[in-house]
Design a binder for this molecule. Structure first.
Ligand code: C2E
Ligand code: CA
Ligand code: CA
Length: 409
């Protein structure tokens, strides 16, 4: 089993030599050693037939054989099992090719509109390793090797135990009336030398290095402590917390969370655990078991980033979720994209039918907010209303939402 990015064998298929070199450089920066490149589908197939490729990075627009045909051939001839799809085309097209690839039996590690960014690529490739480990005999036995880090495991461990990782809280507001209903806790690493590090970088690293449970425990304790302080000054709103799919495999999680909430005098009904749609696709029995137990104890469950994965209504209905968070890719610019509007509308409808709260994420403009208001989602979250705030600013955010209401009505 491969345990580090350095061991991955990748193929980059892109007709533009500049784009190929760029993607190759990103892979090199991430420490990959075996990187094959192809300028078209035919060349790519030849390489795939002659080598063992773990992950194929496929551009959709290529001459001779386009990316759609290439992906279909990869699946049909079982030449690789994992793909990352990149294109300059509309994200909806890219994601529909992703759906096709999943239907063909491939694992889609990511679908991205160009330009590809280092952190996106890193997350996708790390997912391959994490998936392998999850599928492996026992998580605990998975060998944890050093990966080409922006920082080391020791540094990350030190950060967790010395309070360098903190939480910012982003308001979740009712669509009608813009009342504060909750906040989502988002982790940030205040690195003493490297500055603020994004969770999209250090969460996959923590997962990879076996530090995710320690990090989750530290952050959740921090969040409960904060919620208790808010309650003491009369602020009662929901607190949403992101859970790694790996935490769901932690058998002790539910009892630990129950004890923690009791200790801080927090009601389970006021806590929501967010779990990404893709994490649920693996349909790990233990993940569903943990989620069901959390629900039984009264906690809420949100399906996060809905629209980026390929879950269908039936798969969604199997998860004991109370909330559907509609991903930014469905929300951003919806006011100018009729097709996207249709998808957003049907996702809101789906949430209604499944009796789930619908929350539109990543709202950045008044125009997009107006569409969401018209389509009847329940809650909104996004930079247009508020960026994630540090706790002191959060206390003032109830006033802030009052200000927004005054502005609109
Ligand atoms: P997420 O759960 O989807 O969180 C929303 C992300 O979108 C946050 O990024 C937030 O700052 C950003 N965002 C909010 N509104 C807007 C907007 O209007 N426009 C744009 N462009 N972005 C917006 P952030 O804080 O970088 O977090 C990224 C991801 O890292 C989160 O995505 C979540 O999956 C993960 N994450 C964050 N904190 C934790 C944590 O404590 N535990 C775990 N397991 N994952 C976490
Ligand atoms: Ca989230
Ligand atoms: Ca999300």
């Amino acid at each position: 089993m491969k345990t580090s990015l350095a061991e991955l064998h990748v193929l980059i298929a892109d007709d533009s030599s500049a784009q190929r070199q760029y993607a190759q450089q990103l892979c090199t920066d991430l420490g990959l050693i075996t990187i094959h490149t192809a300028a078209n589908g035919i060349e790519a197939l030849k390489i795939l037939q002659e080598n063992t490729i773990d992950v194929a990075l496929v551009d959709l627009e290529m001459p001779i054989m386009d990316g759609v045909e290439l992906i279909h051939s990869i699946a049909h001839h079982k030449l690789s099992t994992n793909v990352i799809i990149v294109s300059a085309k509309d994200p909806i097209l890219i994601s529909s090719v992703g759906t096709m690839a999943e239907a063909d039996g491939l694992t889609v590690l990511g679908t991205f509109k160009k330009p590809l960014h280092l952190d996106m690529l890193q997350c996708s490739l790390l997912r391959f390793i994490v998936d392998l480990q999850t599928q492996g005999t026992k998580l605990a036995e998975a060998k944890l090797a050093a990966i080409p880090p922006l920082f080391t495991g020791l540094e990350l461990n030190h950060a967790i135990t010395h309070g360098e990782i903190i939480l910012a809280y982003q308001p979740k507001l009712t669509v009608q009336g813009l009342l504060l209903r909750g906040v989502e806790a988002l982790a940030r690493w205040q690195h003493p030398e490297k500055g603020l590090i994004s969770p999209t970088i250090f969460i996959p690293m923590a997962e990879r290095l076996g530090l995710i449970n320690a990090l989750t425990h530290t952050l959740m304790t921090m969040a409960m402590n904060e919620k208790k302080k808010w309650q003491l000054i009369g602020l009662r709103f929901n607190l949403a917390f992101n859970l790694s799919p790996l935490s769901l495999a932690d058998e002790g999680l539910v009892d630990w969370v129950v004890t923690l909430t009791k200790k801080y005098d927090v009601l389970p009904q006021e806590i929501t655990f967010e779990i990404t749609e893709n994490a649920l696709l693996n349909e790990l029995a233990c993940a569903i078991r943990t989620l069901a137990r959390l629900r039984l104890k009264g906690f809420n469950i949100a399906i996060d980033d809905y629209g980026t994965g390929f879950a269908n209504a039936q798969q969604l209905s199997r998860v004991p979720a109370t909330e559907l968070k509609l991903d930014r890719s469905l929300v951003h610019n919806v006011s100018t994209r009729p097709q996207q509007r249709t998808i957003l509308a049907s996702s809101i409808e789906l949430a209604k039918n499944l009796k789930m709260l619908s929350v539109a994420e990543g709202v950045e403009t008044l125009e997009d907010y107006k569409v969401i208001l018209e389509l009847g989602a329940d809650q909104v979250q996004g930079f247009y209303f508020s960026k994630p705030l540090y706790p002191d600013a959060c206390k003032r955010s109830t006033n802030y939402t009052l200000l927004i209401r005054t502005f609109f009505y």
